[in-house]
Structure formats: structure tokens, C-alpha cells
Design a protein around this ligand. Structure first.
Ligand SMILES: C[S@@+](CC[C@H](N)C(=O)[O-])C[C@H]1O[C@@H](n2cnc3c(N)ncnc32)[C@H](O)[C@@H]1O
Length: 365
């Protein structure tokens, strides 16, 4: 049956389809090369040195020239590095200004190396997937090891560092005043704690608790907290130090984590019970739309996101046998509002904040 269907395929259609398939492989392999460029300091060197030979790059980074040359050829062929041949026949490599921003400037909001940092851990989970597909049981964030937590930190911090204070805080009604006067703040799914620490540093009269179930993320958060000598923040695991349920919290924030949770509806109820009646929840989650057709039509990164969902987000959300399994594109605005309302919230407003992948909601009791 399959043989006759394959035999019926048009040669040109096969060629086009194969091209599409192998373009995915080209992307995957080049993504691995981007990981190496970041990890080995190649982009940092190239950001500081223009028009350099593979020998100069290798010497500057303490690496073997033959390997660096092949890497640079891959990167030039993928149009990530610039390349041209000099009059004396040397190939010279460099980075455009935009490549410096995305590949080599951790302070730039468009810096993109976080997802590539954790690429080996993310791809390694392919080995666990056949079992997960059979049993239904996924793996939480700690299955990606300590470097997985660092990758998450490097993914989200550049944007947060640039925009949290000047854009996000002022967008939430009354938040700046409240944080300045001294508020009780909870960051759930805090990861390595960058967002909470930035606010804790800026608003010393407020008190912060970051909650996460990842031991690697908590360790990293505590390490960074002690480097910064911050005393108005702590980081704990909600399974051993449960989130307060006495309506005393002024502000709850959740950044890119509700869709990763096994029990997002219960978490929303927990957030409602934690909050004062005049408190506010800042829900930040992926800009998902309702259903496959809409996501395919409007999101050019939909296939990447569904894939990451399997390897990371949905896997986490299925890491208990009764996990809800929302996954990367599982929490659209409509769904989030419906779930928030059934958890007892009455006001739900999408904030006018421009972000490449996230939507921001102000949610109130
Ligand atoms: C994509 S990361 C986002 C981390 C952080 N908010 C950031 O923006 O960098 C999702 C985080 O949610 C955490 N998480 C998943 N389920 C959780 C739960 N039930 N309670 C607390 N944290 C949870 C994971 O361990 C992971 O650190």
C-alpha cells in the first residue's frame, strides 16, 4: 500500500518535499553549531574583531584552527557570519551589527543564546520521549540538569532586564506606588530569580518570595542572591514551603510557567487565595492562539514551539500522571481568562506590551 502511494508521487513534488525535510535538518545541525559558537566564545571574539581569518579566530579563542575553519564555513553558509575572500586569497569572517546584538550581547533585549545554551539538554530528552509517548508521563525542568536552568535564565533575562522596570511595572495600574511603599510579592515559577531580584533591588521596602520546584533553578537563584547581598528576598520550593494562603500578598507574578505546570487550574486558585482582595496578578505567558489552525496561520514559529513543547513545556506539564499538559501553545488569552475566572478572578486585562513571544495580563480578584 505505502509502496504504491510512494510510487505515485511526482518526482518534482518529492524533490520539493525532501528539500523541506532536509531544511529542518540543516536548521537543527546549524543550531548545534550556534550552541558551540556561544559556548566556545567564538561570537564574543568575532563581536570584538572584524574581518579575521580562521587562524586569528582560533588563536584568539585558544582553539584548533582546522575545527574553527569548518565551523566558520558552516556559519557563513548559513548567513550568520559575513565572509569575503581578500586579494591574497584569505577568507575573512565577521559579524554584522545585528548579529552582534543577537549572538554576542547578553545585555541586549534581542540576545538569543539562552535557547541554544540548553540545546544539548533539550535534544538529549529525545532519548526519554519514546517512553513518555507510551506511558504519557513527562519530565520536569530538573531533567535538563543545572545547565538547563542556566539556559532558561539566559533566555528570559535579557528582555526582563531591559523592559521590566521601564515598561512592565508602569503598565500594571498602581503597581509602582505599591512596590515603592512596601509590598508583599510572590514570584511563582521564578526560575533562577532574575525578575524577582531586579524588583527586590529596585524596591527595597518590598518583600519577595520566589517559588520554584526546580532544585537547580533554586540553587542558582540563591547563589545569585548571595552575590547581590539581597535580604528582602528568599527562594523556596512550594512543596516544602507552601505558598501563603491567607490573602496577604499584594502582587503575584508568573513568568512563562503556568503552561508548564501539571496543575495550572489549582495554581490559579492558590494564587487567588494568596492575594489580598485588592491585590494583582501579573500573568505572563506565551502568545498562544486558540487551536492549531490559528497558531499555524499567525505564528511563524509554531512548529518550533510545538516541538519545544514536547521536549520541555508539555513534558513538564505532563510530569505527573494527572498533569493538565497545556504545553507551550496551550494557554491562549481566552483560555487563561476562562481559567482565571473559574479560580475566582473577576478582572482580566491584556496589557499593551510588545514582546516577540509573550503576552502580558493584569488579573485581579
Ligand atoms: C520556562 S521556566 C520560567 C522560569 C522563570 N519564570 C523565567 O522567566 O526565567 C518555567 C519554570 O516553572 C517552574 N515550575 C513548573 N511547575 C511549577 C510549579 N508547580 N510550581 C512552581 N514552579 C513550577 C519550572 O521548574 C521552571 O523553572
Amino acid at each position: 500500500m505505502e509502496t504504491s502511494r510512494a510510487a505515485a508521487a511526482q518526482a518534482d513534488a518529492i524533490k520539493m518535499f525532501s528539500y523541506g525535510v532536509f531544511t529542518k535538518l540543516e536548521g537543527a545541525v546549524t543550531a548545534g553549531m550556534i550552541h558551540l559558537g556561544d559556548r566556545l566564545g567564538l561570537y564574543t571574539f568575532l563581536a570584538q574583531n572584524s574581518n579575521v581569518t580562521s587562524k586569528e579566530i582560533a588563536d584568539g579563542c585558544g582553539l584548533h584552527e582546522r575545527w574553527v575553519r569548518e565551523w566558520a564555513y558552516n556559519q557563513a553558509a548559513a548567513h550568520l557570519l559575513t565572509s569575503h575572500t581578500s586579494a591574497d586569497g584569505e577568507v575573512l569572517f565577521g559579524l554584522s551589527d545585528e548579529a552582534v546584538a543577537v549572538l554576542a550581547t547578553p545585555e541586549h533585549p534581542a540576545y538569543g543564546m539562552g535557547m541554544f545554551h540548553r540545546l544539548p539538554q533539550t535534544m538529549r530528552s529525545l532519548d526519554d520521549m519514546p517512553t513518555a509517548f507510551r506511558t504519557g508521563l513527562g519530565l520536569d525542568y530538573d531533567s535538563h540538569g543545572p545547565e538547563g536552568a542556566v539556559g532558561i535564565e539566559r533566555s528570559f533575562e535579557p528582555w526582563n532586564q531591559a523592559f521590566l522596570l521601564p515598561v512592565v511595572v508602569p503598565a500594571v495600574e498602581g503597581l509602582h506606588e505599591r512596590l515603592s511603599e512596601g509590598a508583599s510579592v510572590v514570584d511563582i515559577g521564578c526560575g533562577a530569580g532574575g525578575a524577582a531580584m531586579l524588583l527586590a533591588q529596585t524596591f527595597p521596602k518590598s518583600n519577595f518570595v520566589g517559588y520554584d520546584i526546580s532544585q537547580f533553578a533554586l540553587e542558582r537563584a540563591r547563589e545569585r542572591q548571595s552575590e547581590r547581598s539581597l535580604s528582602n528576598i528568599s527562594f523556596v520550593d512550594p512543596r516544602t514551603s507552601p505558598i501563603v494562603q491567607d490573602g496577604s500578598v499584594d502582587f503575584v507574578m508568573t513568568f512563562d510557567c503556568i503552561h508548564d505546570m501539571t496543575h495550572p487550574q489549582q495554581m490559579m486558585q492558590t494564587i487567588r487565595r494568596a492575594l489580598r482582595d485588592d491585590g494583582v496578578w501579573l500573568l505572563v505567558d506565551i502568545k498562544a492562539l486558540d487551536g492549531l489552525d490559528q497558531n499555524m496561520a499567525k505564528n511563524p514559529m509554531a512548529s518550533l514551539m510545538y516541538g519545544i513543547s514536547i521536549l520541555s513545556c508539555m513534558s513538564s506539564a505532563m510530569s505527573s500522571s494527572d498533569g493538565a499538559g497545556l504545553g507551550t501553545l496551550g494557554l491562549s488569552a481566552a483560555r487563561a481568562q476562562e481559567m482565571a475566572e473559574s479560580a475566582g478572578f473577576t478582572r482580566f486585562r491584556q496589557l499593551d506590551i510588545d514582546h516577540s513571544v509573550n503576552a502580558f495580563y493584569e488579573v485581579r480578584p
